[in-house]
Design a binder for this molecule. Structure first.
Ligand SMILES: Nc1ncnc2c1ncn2[C@@H]1O[C@H](COP(=O)(O)OP(=O)(O)O)[C@@H](O)[C@H]1O
Ligand SMILES: [Mg+2]
Length: 297
């Protein structure tokens, strides 16, 4: 089987019925409290059930528990003063949150996507991505993601960028990284002296955006440290029901070997078990004036 023909994956569509449980997250990406016990004599912090000790956010004002919300005696949630700061920070935070120049004009109505939609091996995948984009608010509120799988130059990043674009256009917070670049960025945070540039602050921003777009998952060099980082990110977002859209050149068994079964198992559930396959030749090579080597995918 060639690299351009992923073996797995009957193309299931996205789950038609979304969970009935109401979304408990506001559009700015903070977790709203589900309940909480009103404390005597004043507001109490609402615990974050998905919290992880190493990654738990802290309130810079020392008022809430880091969730950005407080419950008063009437059982009413009100924002902590730190919340606005968090929102600003998520928006202008050193996360890569805009589309790379090459993909900025991406649209279902223009080539290459309009061409892809007509190609027999790709139309179902384009249709699934379109449905995801058309319902982006519900998808993000439900923590649903997309898993795009295929050989280099088959259009994975292009389709994933459509999802990121839809999220940005809907006013959601997005972080867009190639996986090796994200890991390099995380390494950088270890050189910082904590604070806004430090690991915990960066991790906090990364896990709190509405959509994390990971390009080329599996292209990173696998080490225990890398496995740990990827697991920490995916696990936290899985627990908080926050979406991940990712692309990979690897089929599921190889991806599992590369990033670990705990991480892949969570991604399977978040993406509803359906890698969306992209078939075909490497379009970069086809488009090149001579037959030069393919660019990195
Ligand atoms: N099916 C396709 N038809 C036409 N052009 C395509 C197709 N798939 C990809 N391309 C073009 O090939 C290049 C690589 O696409 P990209 O989405 O970056 O691929 P991948 O992420 O799978 O490596 C882009 O210039 C894109 O416009
Ligand atoms: Mg790519």
């Amino acid at each position: 089987m060639s690299a351009g023909e992923p073996k797995r994956g009957p193309l299931g569509g996205l789950r038609a019925a979304l969970p009935e449980e109401p979304a408990d997250r506001d559009p700015l990406g903070s977790v709203l409290p589900r309940g909480g016990v009103a404390g005597a004599g004043g507001p109490v912090a609402v615990p974050d059930p998905g919290g992880d000790v190493t990654a738990r956010a802290t309130c810079p004002l020392g008022v809430c528990d880091g969730s950005g919300w407080l419950i008063d005696e009437e059982d009413t949630a009100r924002p902590c003063e730190c919340r606005q700061r968090r929102i600003e920070r998520a928006r202008s935070s050193g996360l890569k949150s805009s589309l790379p120049k090459r993909y900025r004009g991406v649209s279902f109505d223009r080539p290459p996507v309009s061409d892809m939609a007509r190609q027999p091996g790709l139309s179902a995948t384009v249709g699934a991505v379109r449905r995801y984009c058309e319902t982006i608010g519900e998808q993000l509120d439900a923590g649903h993601g997309l898993w795009l799988m295929g050989g280099p130059g088959t259009g994975k990043t292009t389709l994933a960028m459509l999802a990121s674009k839809a999220a940005i256009d809907a006013g959601r917070t997005v972080a867009i990284y190639s996986t090796p670049a994200l890991l390099a960025r995380i390494r950088q945070t270890f050189d910082a002296e904590g604070g806004e540039d430090g690991y915990l602050a960066f991790f906090d921003r990364l896990v709190n955006v509405d959509l994390l777009h990971l390009d080329d998952l599996g292209a990173e060099r696998s080490t225990d440290w890398v496995l740990e980082q990827l697991y920490a990110i995916v696990d936290r977002r899985y627990n908080d029901e926050r979406s991940i859209v990712f692309t990979t050149n690897l089929e599921e068994p190889e991806l599992t070997e590369q990033v670990g079964s705990r991480t892949v198992s969570r991604l399977v559930e978040m993406c509803e078990g359906n890698p969306l396959p992209l078939f075909g030749q490497d379009r970069r090579v086809e488009m090149a004036p001579g037959t030069g080597p393919a660019q990195p995918s």
